[in-house]
Ligand binder design. Structure first.
Ligand SMILES: CC(C)(COP(=O)(O)OP(=O)(O)OC[C@H]1O[C@@H](n2cnc3c(N)ncnc32)[C@H](O)[C@@H]1OP(=O)(O)O)[C@@H](O)C(=O)NCCC(=O)NCCS
Length: 154
């Protein structure tokens, strides 16, 4: 199946769809509305930030972002791989893998030494892609796994 990856900075019309996905997948009490999430995605970047969307044929089916901040307990770490989501009907086709790789390429092109992420459930996926668990953090009352991807030697 033919796939491609676009940057939302090039196609801002994708932001409301990405916001819908992220609000649906990661909602918690008091989390952003779709409108607020759309506005956040379209906020001019602080440093190396970008949101990517993967298309299968011409249909947008998944997303991943680089964000300056993502975990309240670790404002010292930046930037973060965040908002990794693939539409349920399109999972297990390597699309999250492709999105993570695209975000890593973007980070390498910006000469970043490392990326960070946190996850509850997807540690095996990221471990397979060269990410390492570096510890546990608290996020809104839950324990999450903090992971790092070193880029300097790539
Ligand atoms: C986690 C998530 C992003 C994974 O998306 P995905 O596109 O299915 O991921 P991939 O296809 O790249 O990899 C997932 C699995 O499919 C397998 N896979 C990849 N390509 C495949 C293919 N062509 N055929 C069959 N399986 C394949 C991978 O080996 C991997 O297997 P494993 O993790 O069980 O070892 C998706 O399930 C999701 O959106 N979940 C909800 C949001 C979420 O939890 N996001 C992560 C927050 S940190």
């Amino acid at each position: 199946m033919r796939t491609s990856i676009a940057a939302v900075s090039d196609q801002p019309g994708l932001a409301p769809l990405v916001a819908e996905w992220l609000v649906e997948a990661f909602a918690y009490p008091g989390s952003r509305s779709v409108a607020d999430m759309t506005a956040l995605i379209l906020t001019p970047p602080v440093g190396p930030e970008e949101t990517f969307v993967l298309f299968e044929q011409n249909r947008p089916v998944g997303t991943a972002s680089l964000a300056a901040q993502d975990l309240a307990s670790r404002p010292d770490l930046t930037p973060w791989l965040a908002g990794v989501f693939v539409h349920p009907a399109f999972r297990r086709r390597g699309y999250a893998t492709a999105l993570v790789r695209r975000a890593e390429e973007f980070a390498m092109a910006a000469s970043l030494p490392a990326l960070w992420l946190y996850t509850w459930t997807a540690e095996p996926l990221y471990a397979r892609l060269g990410w390492h668990r570096v510890g546990l953090e608290q996020n809104r009352g839950s324990e999450v796994v903090l992971m790092k991807r070193s880029l300097a030697d790539e």
